[in-house]
Design a protein around this ligand. Structure first.
Ligand SMILES: Nc1ncnc2c1ncn2[C@@H]1O[C@H](COP(=O)(O)OP(=O)(O)OP(=O)(O)O)[C@@H](O)[C@H]1O
Ligand SMILES: [Mg+2]
Length: 220
């Protein structure tokens, strides 16, 4: 089973991935938790290229680099893990590409759809949790995490290349996520990212437990 977490930078994805992984291990499931971009050495190298703030990368290169990183991770680790009935939790997957490169950078959505299918070897998440947060709030979290002054205008801020894209970009990314949510309500579940982490975790489990129980029955 493949479970993905999506949302703006700072929405709390990694926090929820950690909580869910801990819970599933306690319940004796085999679990593999990975982040995108990254997870295998070549994909981590691509991650550095993508996030290094001095790199000037055009939107198509950005799309192809994220996709290259994804194809490595999927082929090397995720397909074998899914075949071994491991529960894979992914911190970002192809919905990020639709939201960030499609709605944020305004690339052609049909092209993105095709590239996403190729790079993910047609693997689809069984369930996706989308942590909804306003860009203003998510950037505030990022700024407080890095103890930064509250200004979006200073080019010298130690933010990564994506984080420097500005408020309008993140507003469009959020609109993209809302669109995905509308298009695939069966797969994608919205969570209120402003709740306490432990309460968001409870919301995740409420949704997930029936699905896990159903999959246990079909597996054994
Ligand atoms: N529900 C929450 N309420 C308040 N703060 C939170 C919540 N969840 C996470 N945080 C805090 O917000 C910051 C960002 O959280 P986290 O790293 O989990 O987000 P993320 O979505 O993984 O970010 P990124 O996209 O940059 O990896 C951290 O300092 C974390 O402790
Ligand atoms: Mg994270």
């Amino acid at each position: 089973m493949l479970i993905t977490f999506e949302g703006l930078d700072g929405s709390g994805k990694s926090t929820q991935v950690k909580l869910l992984k801990k819970h599933l291990i306690k319940e004796n499931f085999d679990v593999l938790a990975l982040r995108e971009p990254g997870g295998v050495p070549i994909a981590e190298d691509i991650r550095e290229l993508l996030l290094e703030s001095k790199n000037d990368i055009n939107a198509i290169t950005e799309l192809l680099l994220f996709s290259a990183s994804r194809s490595e991770l999927i082929k090397t680790l995720i397909i074998p893990a899914l075949e071994a009935q491991t529960i894979v939790i992914l911190d970002r997957f192809y919905d990020s590409t639709v939201a960030y490169q499609g709605y944020g950078r305004k690339l052609n959505l049909d092209h993105i759809d095709l590239i996403n299918k190729i790079a993910s070897f047609n693997i689809k998440p069984d369930i996706t949790f989308y942590l909804d947060i306003l860009p203003e709030d998510s950037l505030l979290r990022k700024f407080s995490e890095k103890s930064l002054p509250l200004s979006f205008n200073d080019n010298n801020l130690p933010l990564d290349r994506m984080e420097k894209s500005g408020l309008d970009f993140y507003r469009n990314v959020r609109m993209g996520y809302k669109e995905i949510l509308n298009n695939e309500p069966e797969r994608v579940h919205e969570l209120d990212a402003l709740k306490k982490p432990s309460n968001i975790h409870k919301d995740v489990l409420k949704k997930l437990i029936p699905i896990l129980n159903a999959s246990k029955k079909t597996t054994f």
